[in-house]
Design a protein around this ligand. Structure first.
Ligand SMILES: [Zn+2]
Length: 350
């Protein structure tokens, strides 16, 4: 018995995108190049796989692949010779120690341009899905243009991106953009419940992930939620005029726990890189807390504090990018946040 592959009905809350795609498919007007644009973790990749299964099946009923043919069986087994995911880490398959931060021209040439010019194995077209397409530099994007313009035979190239504006105009003019949007947190929480995640964690993950099911699932798996809870507690204390004295320690512990998980997933992960990723994540969650304060409060002191805090957090994030030593960044940030509320509680007293 075959496993399942995603179908359009397994995509949560993206009715507009799906309806556009199914209409284009049914009227035989799917463009060769598509950009699925929208936040991470809202169903772009699932939709791309569902569309690929449909596109590659020779006997679909309406917009449902038959589920029985060789193509459907291979899609279900995640082993279809005419379907390829193209992603930055492919580079490491060739060069173990290569940094896989960008989606390099080598990867695009080897895993997309070259195979796109070969006859499809099952003789019913090919589908390529480029993940994090915004990570292609100009050279990588340019190497794709000719294939996007005149692919060999029946071909679909789908670029997934949360930053479609960073794609070259030449790419955008050769593709059709399909928009995906953030999901309602209640919908994400329900889906998490349905996947047997305890209600408190589900609610909190859905709230923090701001409408991204994929992000919520990843954060749950990576153990982010309990640390996010602690972070919120620290920030609430800080806002109440009781700056915690161990904020720098908190960031250190949280980052180390996260980095450990990443190394468990992929032994090639750089520990320092994973820590920076973690810190960037907790900075983002801290900034989110202050952004919500900006929205909710009309107290002038709160607003002032939130703006300054967001600026301090943004500065810390810039330092992270600039490879400044991690302990220094967090001492600075903890100090800035602590001073902020100390000044405020002083002002309150007069
Ligand atoms: Zn089929």
């Amino acid at each position: 018995m075959m496993d399942k592959f995603p179908t359009f009905s397994s995509v949560l809350g993206q009715d507009a995108a799906i309806s556009w795609l199914t209409r284009a498919y049914q009227s035989d007007r799917l463009p060769h190049g598509l950009v699925f644009a929208g936040p991470p973790g809202v169903g772009k990749a699932t939709t791309a796989r569902a569309l690929a299964a449909l596109y590659l099946c020779p006997n679909p009923t309406g917009v449902t692949p038959c589920g029985k043919c060789e193509s459907c069986r291979l899609m279900a087994a995640d082993n279809h010779p005419d379907f390829a995911n193209v992603y930055r880490q492919l580079r490491r398959i060739e060069k173990k120690d290569a940094a896989a931060k960008d989606l390099s021209i080598d990867v695009i040439r080897q895993y997309l341009v070259a195979p796109a010019n070969l006859k499809p194995a099952l003789n019913h077209g090919k589908v390529f899905v480029i993940e994090e397409a915004e990570l292609m530099n100009a050279a990588a994007q340019n190497s794709l243009l000719k294939t996007l313009e005149e692919p060999f035979g029946r071909t679909l190239i789908i670029l997934l991106s949360d930053q479609p504006e960073s794609l070259l105009p030449t790419i955008r003019s050769r593709t059709q953009t399909v928009r995906f949007h953030a999901l309602e947190p209640a919908l994400v929480a329900k889906e998490l419940h349905d996947r047997n995640i305890d209600p408190a964690t589900a609610e909190q993950a859905a709230d923090l992930a701001e409408g991204s099911l994929g992000t919520a699932l990843k954060w749950i798996e990576d153990g982010v939620i309990p640390f996010a809870r602690q972070l919120h507690q620290h920030l609430n204390d800080l806002l109440a005029g009781h700056p915690p004295d161990n904020l720098a320690d908190f960031f250190k512990t949280a980052a180390e726990a996260y980095a450990k998980k990443q190394v468990e997933h992929d032994e090639n992960t750089s520990l320092d890189q994973a820590k920076r990723e973690a810190l960037s994540l907790y900075l983002r969650l801290a900034a989110q807390r202050f952004r919500r304060l900006l929205k909710e409060s009309d107290d002038a002191g709160d607003l002032d504090l939130a703006c300054t805090a967001i600026e301090s957090i943004a500065r810390a994030d810039d330092y992270l990018d600039a490879n400044v030593s991690i302990p220094i960044i967090f001492q600075q940030l903890a100090l800035a946040l602590t001073r902020l509320t100390a000044a405020r509680s002083l002002a309150d007293r007069f």
